[in-house]
Design a protein around this ligand. Structure first.
Ligand code: UDP
Ligand code: MG
Length: 324
């Protein structure tokens, strides 16, 4: 299989026939074998019925995965990726806000040598105050925090080479952070403008509350992508900084004792600095625990701490045997 299009579906019965038509049309110009994995995320409307019909009518292209209940868009996407076989994976929404007509263009970009082609909804057609503005802010924060500069993490329409999608699992609202994970394994990423249409059928499933979740997820992602392999650097770093701060305050109190003859014990700064010092030591100890966890993680699963783009004249199973 060359290409898998993965689509999460939750209460989109009216959109699905249009989506199918649009994908068929877009795929006319695309060479190679392709499939569409539609993941029904516990829909309560007739979506599953529509999907069953599509799958029966076009078994060559349409695959359906039906989840037992509503697990959320990210889990649905993860299920779709797990059930796909394509070397290239395109993610998109089922609600016809993303346009399948953009897919050939994403594929061309991948052919230019990129591993991730990220859609950017330049003319976003969503509510301004509850969606577009918070999303702008979140995108800016994510770019700053992760160093992966994209304008539109939230746009589902993106194309990936399968190699860069392995080695991590998706939790929470984290499908939007796939480019960050991909970048942490060394993927080459490019952003391209894509179309965005207002929703014609069905309802948007999210509001402002999602921005909060996204920002919380950002902490996890930043930590995992930057420090998962060396947690002592962040715990130990903040620990050392705290100990240093406590030392400075204690030194200031000592100086005051020497020259002004004011007892350090009368100042509230004294217990505060002791507390800061203890926090610092705790933080370093926590870092050491995290280091042990991290080793368990890598060694129990035989996970290497690196990712290889390609090898020349090396037998594929050599590194696995070496690692035992
Ligand atoms: N979706 C899903 N499970 C959910 C919520 C949404 O699979 O619990 C799907 C939904 O059917 C759509 C995509 O995720 O295909 C994006 O949802 P929506 O259009 O509501 O989000 P927005 O475009 O407003 O970000
Ligand atoms: Mg939508």
């Amino acid at each position: 299989m060359d290409l898998s299009i993965v689509v999460p579906v939750y209460n989109e019965e009216e959109n699905l026939p249009h989506l199918y038509q649009a994908i068929m049309k877009a795929m006319e110009t695309v060479r190679g074998q392709w499939e569409v994995i539609l993941v029904d995320d516990g829909s309560r409307d007739g979506s599953l019925g529509v999907l069953e019909k599509l799958a029966a009518d076009d078994p060559q292209h349409i695959r359906v995965v039906s989840l037992r209940r509503n697990f959320g868009q990210t889990a649905a996407i993860a299920a779709g990726i797990d059930h796909s076989t394509g070397e290239i994976i395109v993610l998109m929404d089922a609600d016809m806000q993303n346009d399948p007509a953009d897919i050939p263009m994403l594929l061309e970009k991948l052919d230019e040598g990129y591993d991730v082609v990220s859609g950017w909804r330049i003319k976003r057609q969503d509510a301004l105050i509850t969606r577009t503005v918070p999303s702008r802010i979140a995108n800016w924060l994510i770019s700053q925090a992760t160093g992966v500069r994209l304008h539109d993490y939230g746009c589902t329409l993106k194309a990936y080479r399968r190699e860069v999608l392995t080695g991590f699992r998706l939790y929470g609202e984290m499908h939007r952070f796939i480019p960050v994970y991909a970048s942490s394994v060394g993927a080459r990423i490019i952003e391209v403008p894509v179309q965005h249409h207002p929703r014609k059928f069905g309802k948007a499933k999210y509001g402002l509350e999602r921005t909060v979740k996204v920002i919380l997820d950002l902490f996890t992602v930043k930590f995992l992508s930057s420090y998962a392999n060396k947690p002592i650097y962040i715990f130990g770093g903040s620990g050392l900084a705290l100990i240093f701060l406590s030392f400075i305050v204690l030194a200031a109190l000592a100086v005051r004792r020497l020259f002004a003859e004011i007892s350090p014990f009368t100042s509230p700064l004294f217990p505060v600095s002791i507390m800061i010092g203890i926090l610092g030591a705790q933080s370093i100890l926590m870092g050491l625990i995290a280091e042990m966890l991290m080793r368990t993680y890598h060694e129990s699963q035989g996970k290497p701490t690196y990712t290889v783009r390609k090898t020349l004249n090396v037998d594929a199973d050599v590194p696995a045997r070496k690692r035992g």
